[in-house]
Design a protein around this ligand. Structure first.
Ligand code: HEC
Ligand code: HEC
Length: 298
């Protein structure tokens, strides 16, 4: 029977086409219309008009030529960037911006990593944070206007919900505002891995208190990790001044152990946690440094 078919080329072509078509329908079209093939994370929300405008600017400026937006499930990547990317977190990304070139770091977990003010300063002058950064300056986006009519059409095409107030608000924002709003929402549909935290330490004393060189070691760590936000010598900037007696907006000094806790665990208002990346000795040396600077200014 099979041998018979091989001798009839036209019939063979027809049968082969039908078989391939059935295969295509089963393996391609069927999954395309199956709900389970389009996962969406439970707390993933469609973009707001401002965030979507920011995504457009991200594409227009070609940020994805230097930045990826996907964390591979490899230990080294998860340690550096956070939870690996999930299939269900790109449901509203049309198109997705996974990218393939990492001149700069991956941005899949950038949302909530820094306060807004950090982004504004960084976009204005990346080299002020990292002298060797080759990221271009984007401060000029501050004078770029947003077009409500274009954004409304864009929201409609995507089928994202929006309100007229939201649209009326757009002309008061700049392109830079939109880009920052977009940065802050990337990756937020994924629950954050529970950060490493330390238990209450208010009673603990600084074991390096008697070490005359501890503050110098602390200064090195400070310059690398903290100065971008807390300014030269802890004088303040994006984060508060560290050399006064106001701690988390409350007047009055706090114990060394409490300072350790703040550095290790971070706060909900923009202080990042460091317990996962700095060891005990480094954090205590930072406490020594902060105390040293505090005494200098008194
Ligand atoms: C020529 C390559 C290049 C381009 C283009 C570029 N960046 Fe960067 N970006 C970098 C490098 C390198 C860094 C790391 C050093 C730094 O923070 O400046 C970085 C860092 C960042 C960070 C901080 C990441 C972190 O986790 O600390 C953000 C946010 C960022 N870029 C956003 C953008 C956006 C948005 C655009 C487009 C408007 C853009 N970048 C364009 C190279 C680039
Ligand atoms: C991305 C910016 C950023 C970086 C980097 C950063 N901080 Fe902070 N820090 C903040 C902000 C914002 C606050 C205010 C938090 C609040 O009010 O809850 C803060 C608060 C603090 C406080 C409480 C001080 C006060 O006066 O309220 C201490 C101590 C502190 N940071 C130390 C550090 C140290 C040490 C480092 C480096 C290891 C560091 N911070 C890195 C942003 C930052």
């Amino acid at each position: 029977m099979a041998g018979e078919l091989y001798r009839r080329p036209i019939m063979f072509a027809v049968v082969a086409t039908v078989v391939i078509l059935i295969g295509t329908i089963v393996t391609m079209f069927f999954p395309m219309f199956t709900e389970g093939m389009h996962p969406r994370l439970e707390n993933l929300k469609p973009y707001t008009a401002l965030q979507l405008a920011g995504k457009d600017i991200y594409m227009r400026e070609g940020c994805n030529n230097c930045h990826t937006q996907t964390v591979r499930p490899l230990r080294t990547e998860v340690m550096r960037y956070g939870e690996y990317s999930k299939a269900g977190e790109f449901a509203f990304d049309r198109p997705f911006l996974w990218g393939s070139k990492r001149t700069g770091p991956d941005l899949a977990r950038i949302g909530g990593k820094y306060p807004d003010a950090w982004h504004y300063k960084h976009f204005e002058n990346p080299q002020a944070f990292f002298a060797q950064s080759n990221m271009p300056k984007y401060g000029w986006l501050q004078s770029g206007k947003l077009d409500p009519a274009a954004m409304e059409a864009h929201m409609k095409v995507n089928g994202f919900p929006y309100t007229q107030e939201e649209m009326a608000d757009l002309p008061s924002k700049t392109e830079l505002d939109a880009l920052v709003a977009y940065m802050q929402v990337i990756g937020t549909g994924v629950k954050k891995a529970v950060p490493v935290t330390v238990a209450a330490m208010a009673e603990e004393k600084n074991p390096l208190a008697g070490d005359p060189n501890a503050h110098e070691r602390g200064e090195k760590v400070y310059e690398k990790e903290c100065e971008a936000c807390h300014g030269d010598d802890g004088r303040g900037g994006i984060g508060p001044r560290l050399t006064d007696d106001i701690w988390l907006n409350k007047e009055g000094d706090i114990s060394d152990g409490r300072i350790y806790e703040i550095i290790a665990n971070g706060t909900a208002n923009g202080m990042p946690p460091y317990a996962g990346q700095l060891d005990k000795d480094k954090i205590w040396s930072l406490v020594s440094y902060i105390r040293h600077e505090q005494h200098k200014t008194k």
